[in-house]
Design a protein around this ligand. Structure first.
Ligand code: 6PG
Length: 240
């Protein structure tokens, strides 16, 4: 079942502010299948490479662990970037790049390229992204407060100057630890596809706010296509 913005079906209330909500039983499996399909599609155009921006968090970890199981994936054609990073040492357990290395396991070493974000040089990372011939898929999570990447409610990253692509941004409430760097909404909009992964009852309130039209950071994301992969437990109104 999917509820796109032009869907008039029974779930017409479940409309993300942009793009399509796709209800799936297994979010990590659906994510892995989506990336495989996008990689196959990318192999038939341009330079044949898939440029994929990774996220952080527990849902992302599960998604990358599942993705790593796809032995048939042409990993050498996949170049990994990041949507955000915490300002900690690269091997720190809190680092998104460390999460990716751990979750991708043996597949990590088969990647075509791996471009971790460094807090010290947000401008340099922006230039790296701008120099890419394509920006194909950005993976995003949904935080309980409606944040995504490291764009928190009220954070400076949300109101980044005009054409900034990468900013140092932290949660002004302090609920989400660490100083961070994050892609801005302007940068995310340059991706062909942004895919949100939302799993479990703990996301129900945040997803309800997005679907209800509340102006939370995740609801502001626009791109070529926006796809919300959600499981039933995360859907508002589902029996607990
Ligand atoms: C981060 C992530 C963040 C995450 C959401 C969802 O660096 O923390 O980029 O935006 O995706 O907080 O995380 P969970 O899947 O763990 O709820």
């Amino acid at each position: 079942m999917s509820a796109s913005t032009d869907d008039r079906g029974p779930d017409a209330g479940l409309r993300p502010p942009a793009g399509e909500l796709r209800l799936v039983d297994d979010v990590p499996a659906a994510f892995a299948a989506l990336v495989a399909a996008e990689a196959a599609s990318a192999s038939r155009r341009g330079d044949g490479r898939l440029r994929l921006a990774l996220s952080g968090g527990d849902t992302a970890r599960s998604c990358y662990e599942r993705l790593s199981e796809l032995a048939e994936l042409d990993w050498g054609r996949i170049d990994c970037f990041f949507g955000d990073e915490r300002c900690v040492a690269p091997e720190d357990a809190a680092a998104n790049q460390q999460l990716a290395r751990e979750a991708l396991g043996a597949s990590f070493r088969r990647l075509g390229a791996f471009h971790p974000m460094a807090c010290e040089d947000p401008g340099g990372y922006a230039e790296l992204l701008r120099s890419q011939p394509t920006l194909d898929v950005a993976h995003l999570g949904l935080g309980p407060d409606g944040h995504t990447a490291s764009l928190f409610p009220g954070s400076s990253g949300l109101e980044a100057p005009g054409d900034a692509w990468v900013v140092r941004s932290s949660d002004p409430t302090g609920r989400n630890p660490y100083e961070r760097v994050s892609l801005t909404l302007v940068a995310l909009a340059r991706f062909s596809l942004v895919v949100f992964t939302v799993a479990g009852a703990s996301k129900r309130e945040a997803l309800a706010r997005v679907l209800g039209g509340e102006d939370v950071p995740a609801a502001r994301v626009r791109a070529g296509r926006v796809l919300w992969l959600c499981d039933r437990e995360a859907l508002p109104g589902e029996p607990r």
